[in-house]
Structure formats: C-alpha cells, structure tokens
Design a protein around this ligand. Sequence first.
Ligand code: SF4
Length: 314
Amino acid sequence: MNNVKKIILVSPRGFCAGVTRAIDVVLVAIKKYGAPVYVNHEIVHNKHVIEDLTDKGAIFLKNIKDAPKDRPIIFSAHGVSKKITNYARNNNETIIDATCPLVTKVHVQAKKFYELGFKIILIGHKNHPEVEGTMGQLPVKSIYLVETVKDIDNLNFNENKKIAYLTQTTLSVDDTQNIIVELRKKFPNIKSSPKRDICYATSNRQNAIKEYANKCDAFIVVGSKNSSNSNRLVEVAKNAGCLNSYLLENADSLNVRNYSSFDTIGISSGASVPEVLVENVISKFQKNYSLEIENVSLGEENVQFKLPKKVRNQ
Ligand code: SF4
C-alpha cells in the first residue's frame, strides 16, 4: 500500500451564485420574519445545507399545500411552475422567490418562443424540479421533453413548423450537444435561446474536470445523490478517462481503504456543496495517508446575484 497520495483539488468547484443566493434568501427570511419559514422543495440539492437550514428554522415541504397561510413560503433555486406560483398567490401571504436568475432566464425565453407561436422542445431530466418548473410555464402540448437522442423519434412535428429548443441549466454539455445535433438533423430550422441555457457554473465545473480527471487514478465528486449537476460531474470525469470516479455525499461516506491502490486522486464538488464538505474529505484522507495537495484551476468565477426585493437590505 502506498502511504503517500497526491490530491488534485480542482476549481472552479462548490457553490455557484444561484445557490449562494438561494441559501442567503432562507437565512435572511428567518432573520426578517422569524422561524419557521417554509420552503417549497429542498432549497438546493444538498443534504448538509438542508440539515443546517432546518436547524436554523426552515421547513422544507414536498407539497406547497402544507404551508400555513400566515408564514413566508420560499420557492427553491430550481424554480416552480405557474400552477405553484398561482396557488401560492391565492393561499400564502408572503411569497419569496429564490429561483436562480439563470433558470428564470429560461422561463422567460420559453414564454417568448410560445408567444411567437413556436413548438418548444425542452432537453432535460424527467421529474427534476427545474424541468417541472420550466414545462409548467406553458400549457401542455406546447412544450415537449426530450431526455435522450431516442426521444427525438417520438417528435412528430411538421418540420416546417416553428420549432425551438431550450435546455435544463445543469445538463452535461457534451451529451446535450449530441442531442442538439440530432434535433438539427430532424428540424434544420430549429431555433435556440440567444445564449446557451446550460449555466456558467455547470460548464465551468465540467470543463475543469474534463481538463484534469485524466491525470488522476480516481476522482471524487462531493455532492448529493439528487443533485443533477454533481451527477453530471461524475459522468464527465469518467468520460475524460478516469473510470474510477465516484459521487460522495460527505466524509462519513468515504472509505479510505477503497482508495489504497490509487496514487493520484482528483477532488471537486457540485454547485450546491459547501467547501467544508470537501475539507472534511481531505482531512479524512490526511488521517490515513501522507498527502501532497495540488490546487489546479481553470479560472476564477465572480458572478453574483442580488437578493429578491423582499429580503434585500435586511
Ligand atoms: S447551477 Fe447554475 S442554474 Fe443552478 S443555481 Fe447554480 S448558477 Fe443557477
């Protein structure tokens, strides 16, 4: 067994601007309105964040109908359908929308295409809250979900009709590109958003892993099982040539002995993952091995989003 391990710590990693904003919304709402505040769905997909905010006074709901009328209700970073927005408007006194502005941008574009008479194809993962929120901006039969290239066969639109596609913000850039290529073959005049819908944080984390994963014998992406962007990062690491790539919730789920035969281990984290979880994973390795840590980066991120008006300047 090799007692010396090299850790390649890859950046950009961890919190994106949309996640930072969504967590701040909950914290400021608790300060302003007192506990409890209610959140429709998990504010972001990370177990540690949810447990921490629960301790501070947030209650996360699977069904918005369980929110009491007189307490604030917060929409998660993934966004919500029109049906949920309308329900909250009729039933909740205080609504705070923590939808990431980059998800809202996709909603706005969906509505623009619809008003211009386009049939819309959304590339994304079924049952993901962001996809439900985006599809739920429009009437059924005006927006169609495509998860894989195979689904394109089921789209029976006249190719001369006005057709546009949009995507979920946290998809694999490469897989999505393959789907887009096939869509263009079937519908040569298909339109898209003026700028790519996959967000800057998703692209940056994937590009960084693509660059460095092939230098590693194993790769760890710290992130929760239900986090779309974290799961995509594991796929990217494998596709980049590091077949021993794994998603790890936190240091508790790390069995260091599983890494005994690997000399170089890459580490990154999803956009909803606090840095402390990465630090804890490294500490656990440090207790068992002598580490040489190399920090590598494909560039700085300096995106910031303003808080929604209701919780600004508190
Ligand atoms: S991953 Fe992208 S779209 Fe999702 S919250 Fe972060 S910045 Fe927004």
